[in-house]
Design a protein around this ligand. Structure first.
Ligand SMILES: O=P(O)(O)OC[C@H]1O[C@H](O[C@H]2O[C@H](CO)[C@@H](O)[C@H](O)[C@H]2O)[C@H](O)[C@@H](O)[C@@H]1O
Length: 903
C-alpha cells in the first residue's frame, strides 16, 4: 500500500548547470542527457549577496555567504547534505518568492504569456483588457524572455535533482518525521517541479528527469504547460483563493476575486494531478491531497476511481460561508473537496465554517461528523499540524547558529529584542505590527533606546502599496527615535538563512505575530522550541505575542499574549507586558505553550490523519450499498425461529407502503401490509412497532385495523406502546414551543419570497416545502438560506434545519426515531418478561439510519440477533439490503410470520 502525498510543489526540483553559470552542488550527481557543450572557465559568481546588518568583528567571523566559484556545499544543507526545511510557514530563505517560479537563472523561463489567455484573445481586446487589468492591479505575464536558443541551452545542459525551496515545509517535515519514526513506510510524492517546463517539451531530458524523480526519489512529476501553471498559481491561487480564504473580502473595490479566465487553468492543473494519480493508483493505495492549490483533485480522482481512499487537508484558513460564497466557482470548489473520504482542517473554526458553507451552498445535510451526500458520507475533522522538534533540535545546535548567536549578542547587548519573520502580504499584518510598535514607543518613552524590533519581511509576487507603506512606517519610527548608537526598527526586506533564523528565535525576548488571518503559524512553535534556554540560558522563556486570528492560537489556551492585530493599543500593551513580565510568569506561560507544541508534533498530525482516514474509509465503505449484502431470508427465518422474544421496528412509508409526500393525504394502506402485520402479531412472542414522520392521529387512523401494534410518530417525538391506546410525548413541549417561536418568523419571511412554497407545522417540527414553487432553482436557494438562518438563530436550542428532497425540515436534535426505538427496547427489556433476543429494523430513509446504527451497536450480549435492513439506494449503516423494495420487505415479513407456526 502506497500513500500518495499530493502537493503542488515536490520536495525536489531540477538545477541546470548552464555554460558560464554557477554550478549547484548539493546531493545528487550531475546528469547530462545530451553531449555537454564545452564549458568555459566559470566566472566567480556570488549568489544572494545578503547585505549584512552586522559589522563583523575580527574575532568573530560571521558565516560567509557561499560562492559558486568551486564546488560548494549547499548553503542550506546540513552536514549530512540534507537540506534544511526552513520555517514551516514561509518557505526557504533562498526563496525569493517573487522570482521563484520561472525566475531562476538555472531553470527555464516561462512561456506562460504566449499566446495570451484565450478569454482575452477571444474578445479581441487584448491590449485594452491588459490595461484594464493593469489598472486593477492584476499582474499580467511579463514579456517573453525566452527564445529558441534559450530552450536549446536548457535541452542540452547538465542537470541534477536538488532539494526544492518552494512548497510546504511543515508538510515535508511532518512526512519526514513520520517516516523516520517508522510510521510511514511506502510513500510517493506527487507534484510539480515548481519551474517552467515548456522548454523541455519533446526532449529526452524531460523523460529522464521524470524517470529519475520516480525511480530515485519516489516522486511522481506532474507536468503542465507554463501557461496553465501560471494561470493556476500566480493568478487563480494567489489572486483569488489566497485572499478570499484569508478574509480579504471580495467586496473590497481592490479585490481581484472576480470570476475570470484563470479558472480554466486551475482546472487544468488539478486535472493533470488527478490524471497522474489515477494512472499510478493501485487498489489499497491512499491518496492524500494537500491545500488550496488542489481543491478539485479529490473530486476528479473520485470520478475515475470510485473505490479510492482519498484524504484532503487544507493548510490555510477556511473562511466563513459569507466570505466563501462570494467565489463565483464556490460549488465546484466544494464539490471537488467532497470527493475525499475525509476532509481535514487545522482547527475547529475552519471545520465549522466548511460544514456550514456546504450546507448553505450545496444544500446538503451537515452533521458534526461530516457531510451527508446523496450517495455517500464525507467525514470532516480538524487536527492541527505541528513541527518536528527532533530535526529542529539538531539544526539549532549547529555551529553556524552558535556563531550567529554570538554576533547578535554582541550587536544587541543590553537591548530587548522583539523579532518577526513574515511574508509581506496584507494577510500577515506587518503594517499593523509596525504601527503598534510605533504606538508602544510613543506611549513608553522608558523603552526607547532599550528595545529593538527586528522584522524580516519576505517579498511576494503581490505588487501592492503595502511595500511602500511599511517602508514609510519604518522610516518614520527610526527617524523619530534613532540615534548614532540605536535603531529602534531593523527592517530586512529580504530573507535570512536558516542559521540566522534559528539564532534570531533563540535570542529574542518576544516573537510578535500579527496575522490578520493565518491557517496555523508554525514559526511560533519553532520560537517556543528555541526558547528552552539550552543555548542561551539568560534568554529563555521569551513571550509570544500572537494574533487571535492565527490558527495556532486555538492550541495555546490564551497562555500567549493574545492580540487583535487591528487593536493597536492592545498590541502596544502586549509588547509592554512581554518586556516587563516577571521571570516566573514567563516560565509558567512558556511551559504551558511548549507543552502544547510538544503534544502537537508534525509526525503525530501526519499519522493521526492517515489513521482517521482509514477509519472513515472503512466506515463509509461498509455503508456503500454495493458492499452491503442482500438480505438472506432463510438466514433470518433461522434466527427468528431460534428466538423467544422478538421486536420489529419498521418504517412506514417507503418500507411497508410506497412513499407518498407528507403534504398529501395519507394513502390508505394496502391490505397486504395490514394483513402481514396482523399475521406477525398472531405470534405472542412478537412485538411490532411502525415508525413514521406522520402525526399520531394519522398513524392511528391508518392502523386502526391492526390492534396491538406499537406506533412511533413524528420521527420519535411520540410513542404509543403496543397494547395501549395512550400516546406518550417524548419531546419537551416547552422547549419545542420556544424554538418554534423563533423559527416561525423566519419561515414566514422566506415563504413570502418563494411563490408556490408552503409551510407545514407538526407538533414537534416545521417543514418548508417548495416542490410546488414557480421557480424551483430560486426556491432551492431561498430554502437553503432559510435553513442557515434557522441554524444560526436556534444554535443553542437543540434543533436543526435539514435539507430534504424539495423541502427543509426543522426538527429537534434530541428526539429521533432512534431515541424512541431505544426507549421501547429498554422498557420491554425492563418489563421482566425476559430479554429480547431478536431485533429487526427495516427502513429506507435518513432517519432510519440512526436506528440501524443503534441496533447494530447493541451487540450480541444485549440482543442475540439484530437484523438491520435497508431498502433505499443511499449508503447505509444497515447490515443487509433488500433490492425488491416494499414488495421484498413484505415477502420477508410474510415468510417470518409463516415461520412462527413451525417454531
Ligand atoms: O504560498 P503558497 O505556495 O501558495 O503556499 C501557501 C503556504 O503554504 C504553507 O503554509 C500553510 O501551511 C502551514 C503548515 O500547515 C501553515 O502553518 C500556514 O499557516 C499555511 O499558510 C507554506 O508553509 C507557506 O510557505 C506557503 O506560503
Amino acid at each position: 500500500m502506497t500513500v500518495f502525498i499530493c502537493s503542488l510543489f515536490l520536495p525536489k526540483t531540477v538545477h541546470f548547470n548552464l555554460p558560464g553559470q554557477p554550478r549547484r552542488t548539493s546531493s545528487g550527481l550531475e546528469r547530462r542527457t545530451t553531449a555537454p557543450t564545452t564549458t568555459k572557465v566559470k566566472p566567480k559568481v556570488t549568489i544572494d549577496p545578503t547585505p549584512s546588518l552586522f559589522t563583523p568583528r575580527p574575532d568573530i567571523t560571521p558565516p560567509q555567504t557561499p560562492t559558486y566559484e568551486e564546488e560548494q556545499p549547499d548553503p542550506f544543507a546540513n552536514e549530512d547534505g540534507i537540506r534544511v526545511q526552513f520555517p514551516n510557514d514561509l518557505g526557504s530563505p533562498s526563496d525569493k518568492i517573487s522570482t521563484a517560479w520561472g525566475g531562476r537563472f538555472n531553470q527555464p523561463k516561462s512561456r506562460a504569456n504566449s499566446p495570451p489567455p484565450a478569454a482575452i484573445a477571444e474578445h479581441g481586446r487584448t491590449v485594452e483588457k491588459a490595461r484594464e487589468l493593469g489598472r486593477q492591479g492584476v499582474i499580467q505575464p511579463k514579456p517573453l524572455v525566452r527564445s529558441e536558443s534559450h530552450d536549446r541551452v536548457f535541452a542540452s545542459a547538465g542537470w541534477k535533482i536538488v532539494d526544492a525551496d518552494q512548497g510546504n515545509g511543515g508538510l515535508r517535515n511532518a512526512a519526514d518525521a513520520a517516516a523516520r519514526e517508522g510510521k510511514l513506510s511506502e510513500y510517493t510524492w506527487v507534484g510539480t517541479l515548481g519551474m517552467p517546463t515548456d522548454a523541455l517539451d519533446g526532449t529526452q531530458q524531460k523523460q529522464d528527469i521524470e524517470d529519475t524523480m520516480a525511480t530515485e526519489h519516489d516522486m511522481l512529476t506532474v507536468f503542465c504547460s507554463d501557461k496553465d501553471f501560471d494561470g493556476h498559481y500566480a493568478h487563480f491561487c494567489k489572486q483569488i483563493l489566497w485572499p478570499v480564504f484569508h478574509y480579504q473580502i471580495p467586496d473590497n473595490p481592490k479585490s481581484k476575486a472576480y470570476e475570470d479566465h484563470s479558472w480554466k487553468y486551475y482546472v487544468n492543473v488539478c486535472q493533470a494531478f488527478a490524471d497522474k494519480i489515477v494512472k499510478n493508483w493501485k487498489r489499497g493505495d491512499v491518496v492524500w491531497v494537500h491545500d488550496y492549490h488542489l481543491l478539485l483533485v479529490p473530486g476528479m480522482v473520485r470520478q475515475k476511481l470510485p473505490e479510492a481512499k482519498i484524504g484532503f487537508f487544507l493548510h490555510v484558513a477556511f473562511p466563513s460561508s459569507e466570505v466563501f460564497r462570494c467565489l463565483a466557482v464556490r460549488k465546484e470548489l466544494l464539490e471537488g473537496m467532497l470527493g475525499a473520504n475525509l476532509v481535514g482542517f487545522q482547527i475547529p473554526e475552519y471545520t465549522r465554517h466548511f460544514l456550514q458553507t456546504c450546507s448553505r451552498i450545496l444544500n446538503v445535510e451537515a452533521t458534526t461528523e461530516g457531510i451527508e451526500l446523496e450517495d455517500r458520507f464525507v467525514d470532516v475533522t480538524d487536527m492541527a499540524i505541528g513541527i518536528d522538534p527532533v530535526s529542529l533540535g539538531k539544526h539549532r545546535d549547529e555551529e553556524n547558529v552558535i556563531k550567529w548567536l554570538k554576533i547578535m549578542q554582541e550587536r544587541y547587548k543590553g537591548k530587548r529584542l522583539i523579532v518577526a519573520r513574515d511574508k509581506l502580504d496584507h494577510v500577515r499584518g506587518v503594517r499593523q505590527k509596525l504601527l503598534s510598535y510605533e504606538l508602544f514607543l510613543n506611549k513608553h518613552p522608558e523603552w526607547r533606546g532599550h528595545t529593538v524590533l527586528i522584522q524580516v519581511a519576505l517579498s511576494t509576487s503581490e505588487k501592492s502599496d503595502l511595500d511602500a507603506t511599511v517602508s514609510d512606517i519604518v522610516t518614520r519610527v527610526n527617524s523619530s527615535w534613532a540615534n548614532l548608537a540605536y535603531q529602534p526598527v531593523v527592517y530586512l526586506k529580504q530573507d535570512i538563512d536558516y542559521a540566522q533564523y534559528l539564532a534570531l528565535l533563540t535570542i529574542a525576548d518576544a516573537l510578535m505575530i500579527t496575522s490578520q488571518r493565518e491557517g496555523m503559524n508554525l514559526t511560533s512553535h519553532e520560537y517556543l522550541f528555541c526558547q528552552d534556554g539550552s543555548l542561551l540560558p539568560e534568554k529563555k522563556h521569551g513571550s509570544l505575542i500572537l494574533s487571535e486570528f492565527a490558527g495556532t492560537a486555538s492550541l495555546f489556551n490564551k497562555n500567549e499574549l493574545s492580540v487583535n492585530p487591528w487593536d493597536y493599543r492592545q498590541c502596544a500593551e502586549a509588547i509592554r507586558q512581554a518586556l516587563e513580565m516577571s521571570p516566573e510568569e514567563k516560565k509558567r506561560r512558556w511551559e504551558l505553550l511548549h507543552g502544547a507544541v510538544a503534544q502537537h508534533t508534525g509526525s503525530h498530525w501526519f499519522t493521526e490523519f492517515l489513521t482517521h482516514l482509514e477509519t472513515s474509509y472503512s466506515g463509509q465503505h461498509k455503508r456503500d450499498q454495493t458492499s452491503v449484502p442482500r438480505l438472506s431470508i432463510p438466514n433470518v427465518v433461522g434466527k427468528y425461529q431460534q428466538s423467544k422474544r422478538r421486536l420489529f421496528v419498521l418504517d412506514y412509508e417507503g418500507t411497508l407502503v410506497s412513499w407518498g409526500p407528507l403534504t398529501q393525504i395519507i394513502p390508505v394502506s394496502p391490505q397486504r401490509t395490514l394483513d402481514i402485520l396482523n399475521d406477525l402479531l398472531l405470534d405472542e412472542r412478537n412485538t411490532v412497532y411502525v415508525m413514521s414522520g406522520r402525526r399520531p392521529k394519522e398513524l392511528e387512523r391508518v392502523f386502526r385495523r391492526v390492534p396491538n401494534l406499537g406506533l412511533i410518530a413524528e420521527n420519535g417525538c411520540f410513542v404509543k406502546a403496543a397494547q395501549s391506546d395512550e400516546w406518550t410525548e417524548m419531546a419537551d413541549r416547552t422547549q419545542i414551543e420556544t424554538w418554534k417561536e423563533a423559527v416561525r418568523p423566519i419561515f414566514t419571511y422566506f415563504l413570502e419570497r418563494t411563490p408556490g412554497a408552503e409551510i407545514e407545522e407538526r407538533h414537534c417540527s416545521f417543514q418548508f416545502h417548495y416542490h410546488g414553487a414557480e421557480d424551483i432553482e430560486a426556491a432551492a436557494r431561498q430554502a437553503s438560506e432559510c435553513a442557515s438562518h434557522v441554524n444560526d438563530a436556534c444554535e443553542s436550542q437543540r434543533v436543526h434545519a435539514i435539507p430534504l428532497e424539495r423541502s427543509i425540515v426543522v426538527e429537534p436534535i434530541d428526539w429521533t426515531k432512534k431515541t424512541a426505538a431505544k426507549k421501547v427496547f429498554e422498557d420491554m427489556s425492563a418489563s421482566g418478561e425476559g430479554p429480547i433476543d431478536f431485533l429487526m429494523v427495516v427502513g429506507d430513509g435518513r432517519e432510519d439510519e440512526k436506528v440501524f446504527k443503534w441496533a447494530n451497536y447493541l451487540g450480541e450480549k444485549t440482543v442475540q440477533h439484530a437484523v438491520t435492513v435497508n431498502l433505499g439506494s443511499r449508503s447505509t449503516e444497515a447490515t443487509a439490503t433488500v433490492t425488491q423494495g416494499v414488495s421484498g420487505v413484505l415477502t420477508c415479513l410474510q415468510k417470518l410470520a409463516a415461520a412462527s407456526g413451525g417454531a
